[in-house]
Design a protein around this ligand. Structure first.
Ligand code: NQM
Length: 351
């Protein structure tokens, strides 16, 4: 399925030999073989050779009160032997609602069906509103989102605040690798950096940024220090966080211009939970984002500009500037419904 600007495999936990929380070594090996990793092209599997098209959602009926389904997100890093649960994915989340209804985990009710999802990676709860005219999921509609050709049916996504501390280092501003940054986590661990502080203007195309060796080295150095400062797995190759988000003044009537290293490749748009985290930073006085942001009048969505357009993030805050609710509109689509044939496990001789 495509969920928002991402694409990946959606699986029922019951169809995995290890379920949602079984042996992770066996699970990760199976997912690598399903997606075709490790291989930059993922030629022998379902992955598309980019982190945005190498994603897996595992979904199960939830035992949690007031929640319909549990959703575990797994990032399969295309060219490495790495499958990580260190991050959520709010784009794939948009596909979880339709998938749960299609698979009978949630009954459609009326023209719009609400699906409450526990994001297992972070503990954040999300509510999705899925179009189900006549009790059947529809993917057709008039909603366009930046970064996806054409239009499709909207999936409204509302995120409750992350249960984790907003400022993992305890500071509004830290200096990492000699650069002033804000380390922030409203569901996605992010490091917010002024693009100008890294010698770029922040409106470059993703490939230009990826090809800039001096820039990527500075991003790598910031991330290396951020891993420890934010209490994350210190091995940069074992995880896909934090995201390093370069910020600059808006160019097109938005709040901020963004370029996200996720964390090595540059996002063609912006992640949903990452956007919720950037928005939380923009709303919070004293962060590097707040100083650059052109905030809209209270109650209006924050338009975050990104390489292929913008993402409008509806943000509600309490009197202290803490985000209490984040809302975005995504679309999703079932691309193929079938049986995947994973590559067989490697023999000891081959590996
Ligand atoms: O932040 C990519 C994406 C994401 C993350 C990434 C996402 C989110 O698929 O919610 O969706 O940051 O690796 O856009």
């Amino acid at each position: 399925m495509r969920g928002g600007t991402s694409r990946g495999a959606f699986l029922l936990a019951d169809d995995l030999p290890v379920g949602l929380s079984g042996d992770t070594v066996e699970r990760d090996d199976l997912l690598l073989r399903i997606m075709g990793g490790p291989d930059a092209l993922q030629v022998d599997g379902l992955g598309g050779g980019h982190p945005l098209t190498s994603k897996v959602a595992v979904v199960a009926t939830s035992a949690t009160e007031d929640v319909d389904v549990d959703y575990l997100f797994l990032q399969v890093v295309p060219d490495l032997q790495v499958v990580t649960t260190a991050q959520p994915c709010g784009n794939m989340l948009a596909g979880v609602g339709p998938f749960a209804i299609e698979r009978g985990l949630v009954q459609a009710s009326g023209d719009v069906t609400e699906v409450r999802v526990r994001m297992v990676n972070t503990g954040t709860v999300a509510t999705l509103r899925v179009q189900t005219p006549g009790g059947v999921v529809t993917y057709d509609g008039d909603t366009a989102i930046s970064g996806v050709p054409g239009t499709a049916a909207p999936v409204e996504v509302v995120l409750a605040p992350s249960p984790h501390p907003l400022l993992p280092t305890g500071h509004l501003v830290d200096t990492l690798a000699g650069v002033e940054v804000t380390c922030i986590d409203n569901g996605m661990p992010c490091v917010l950096v002024r693009a100008a502080d890294l010698g770029v203007d922040g409106t470059e195309r993703p490939e230009q940024l990826e090809d800039d060796a001096a820039l990527t080295e500075r991003v790598r150095a910031i991330r290396a220090e951020a891993l420890t400062a934010m209490g994350l797995d210190p091995n940069p190759d074992a995880t896909s966080v934090p995201k390093i988000v370069l910020l600059s003044a808006p160019q097109d009537g938005g709040v901020l211009s963004t370029r996200s290293f996720i964390p090595v490749r540059v996002h063609r748009s912006i992640g949903v939970v990452a956007a919720a985290t950037v928005a939380a930073g923009a709303a919070f006085p004293g962060t590097v984002a707040h100083d650059l942001a052109k905030l809209p009048p209270t109650g209006e969505p924050m338009r975050l500009e990104h390489p292929t357009g913008f993402l409008a993030v509806g943000v509600e805050t309490d009197p202290h500037g803490h985000v209490t609710r984040t809302a975005v509109v995504r679309t999703a689509r079932m691309i193929l419904d079938g049986v995947v044939h994973p590559r067989p496990p490697r023999t000891t001789k081959e590996s």
